[in-house]
Design a protein around this ligand. Sequence first.
Ligand SMILES: *Cc1c(COP(=O)(O)O)cnc(C)c1O
Length: 221
Amino acid sequence: MTEEATQKLFEITQRIARAAKITGRESDEVTLIAISKTCTATEIAPLIAAGQRIFGENRVQEAQDKWPALMEANPDIRLHLVGQLQSNKADDAVAIAHAIHAVDRLSLVTALARAMDRLGKRPDCFIQVNLADEPQKGGCAVADLRALLGEAMAANLPVAGLMCVPPVDLEPAPWFALLAKLARDHGLPGLSMGMSGDFETAIKIGATHIRVGTALFGERV
Ligand SMILES: *Cc1c(COP(=O)(O)O)cnc(C)c1O
C-alpha cells in the first residue's frame, strides 16, 4: 500500500514540478495539501509512510475523529481545514488546525480571533472569495473583500492569502487569474487554489497551496 501511495505521490510531485517549471517557478513555492476527507486513518497511513506531511480536511468533527492519533504518531504533520466553518466551531478549528482556508465573514473572523487569543495558537488564515457569486458556496463576495480584509487585520488574524473554489462547469483559469489579481492588489502572498482536476493550471497562474484529494486517494464514495 505504501508503494502505491509513493507512486501516486511521486506522479503528483512530478506534475507540480513540470507546471512550476513552465512558468519559471520553483516547485517548493507550491505546497501540496493532501485532502483526506472521507478517507479512514487506515487509508491515510500509506501516504504518511510515503512522506506526505500536509493534509486537509473539510469538517472539524471528522478532523477531530481522525487526526489527533495520526499527529501524535507523526508530530511534523500539518493539518489544514479547507471547508466551510461555523463560528461555534472556531475553538475546535483553531485547536486542531495549522491553517484555515475558508474564512469568509466578519462573524467568523471575530470568533477565530477570540479562539486564537484564548488558545494562544495562531493558524494561518486564508480568506475564501466566492468569485462567481454562487449562492450554494461559501466565500465572501469580491465586492466585500476589502472590508473583510480590513476587519481581519484589525482583529490581528494571521492572514496568509486568498482561497477559491471556482465554478465546476467552467474553465478555471480566468477565476484563478482573478484570485491572483485580488491577492496582488491586497499585497497577500498566499493563493490557495487548484484541486485534482486543475492544479497544474492553478500553479501556472501562481497557486502557492493546491488542495488535492481524488488524484491522491482515488474517487470518494
Ligand atoms: C474536497 C475538496 C478538495 C479536493 O478536491 P479533489 O477534486 O478531490 O482534489 C479541495 N478543496 C476543497 C475546499 C474541498 O472541499
